[in-house]
Structures are given as structure tokens and as C-alpha cells.
Write a new protein. Structure first.
Length: 182
């Protein structure tokens, strides 16, 4: 099975979220499974393009206001959850300043990128951040929480396509709307 992580900022521009929905629908038709986090903005845009029940949505406990129509994966309190927390800790530049809930949000990135067993990686991360970061070295405070997913992807050799980068956005828009191979 092919997996991709569809993630990004809660303040993703509407025009980009429309593209994310189209990308998710097209990826589903090509046999790909979305992994996301159920948050407003980019996550919900990807989720809205994937048919009900055809995605893996990782949400921290206590986020019942993030309604989802896809499969929610529960791994909290398990040994694998502790492994995800460690991956996030190693990937986050200011882990010690994060409160517990923020740490949980960052840990879910490990599952979005590496799968519920942390051993079945997504083949790509498609996202939007203000700074367009596509690898660990390009992340900054402007990358926001999505930076953790980008750093985990970079550490595992996984391609990141960030629609905040004009060249990558054009490439994915051409692919999504014009059937151009990337």
C-alpha cells in the first residue's frame, strides 16, 4: 500500500486548500492512502478530498471538536506512543519548552510520516507552510508545527512537497489539474 502524509498549517490559504482537496481525491484514485491529523486548515482540506474511511487520521486525545469522517488511529498510552514521543523529541528544536499537549501534537507527526507502527513510512509529505520548507535545514519558526513532520521526513529520506514553495506548488497544481507527470 502507498501512503502519503497530507499536513500543514491551520492558516493555509483557501486557494491552496482547494488544491489539497483535489490532490487527495486524485491520490485516492491512484491507490494512495492519506495520513493526516484532523486539524483545521490543511489537514481538513486533504481529508475532505479523500473518501470517507479511506484515510488514517491521528489526533491527540481531547480533540473531540476536530470531527473526522475517516479512520482515527488510537495509539496513546502504548509503547509505540512512547517511541513516537521520542522521535518527536529528537526532531523538535525546543522540546523542553513545549507543554504536554503540544508534545502530543508533535508526536502525532511521527505517525503521520512513519505509520501506526512507526515502520511503514509515507512515501511523501505534501504540505503548506508560510516559509515553503522542504527539508530539515529549511525549517524555521515560520514553519510552525509542520516543521516536526518535515524534520522526521528528512531524517527518513522521505520527499517533502511544500506548496508554500512556488516551484513545488506549480508542479503539484500542474499534476493535479493537468495530469502532468512530476
Amino acid at each position: 500500500m502507498n501512503y502519503y502524509a497530507g499536513v500543514g498549517s491551520r492558516v493555509t490559504p483557501l486557494a491552496v486548500m482547494v488544491v489539497m482537496k483535489v490532490v487527495a481525491a486524485k491520490m485516492h484514485k491512484l491507490g494512495w492512502t492519506l495520513r493526516s491529523g484532523g486539524a483545521q486548515g490543511a489537514d481538513k482540506a486533504f481529508e475532505s478530498g479523500a473518501p470517507a474511511g479511506c484515510s488514517e487520521i491521528y489526533r491527540p486525545r481531547g480533540e473531540s471538536n476536530w470531527m473526522t469522517r475517516n479512520t482515527e488511529i488510537t495509539v496513546y498510552g502504548s509503547e509505540i506512543w512512547e517511541q513516537a514521543m521520542e522521535i518527536a523529541r529528537l526532531s523538535h528544536p525546543a522540546w523542553g519548552r513545549c507543554p504536554a499537549f503540544a508534545r502530543a501534537l508533535h508526536a502525532r507527526n511521527a505517525f503521520q510520516v512513519l505509520g501506526k507502527d512507526l515502520a511503514t513510512p509515507s512515501k511523501s509529505v505534501i504540505c503548506w507552510t508560510r516559509d515553503g520548507a522542504e527539508n530539515a535545514e529549511q525549517t524555521s519558526i515560520a514553519t510552525g508545527g509542520t516543521g516536526t513532520a518535515i524534520r522526521i521526513a528528512s531524517a527518513n529520506g522521505i520527499e517533502v512537497v511544500n506548496m508554500g514553495n512556488a516551484i513545488s506548488r506549480k508542479r503539484i497544481v500542474d499534476w493535479a489539474y493537468n495530469n502532468v507527470k512530476t
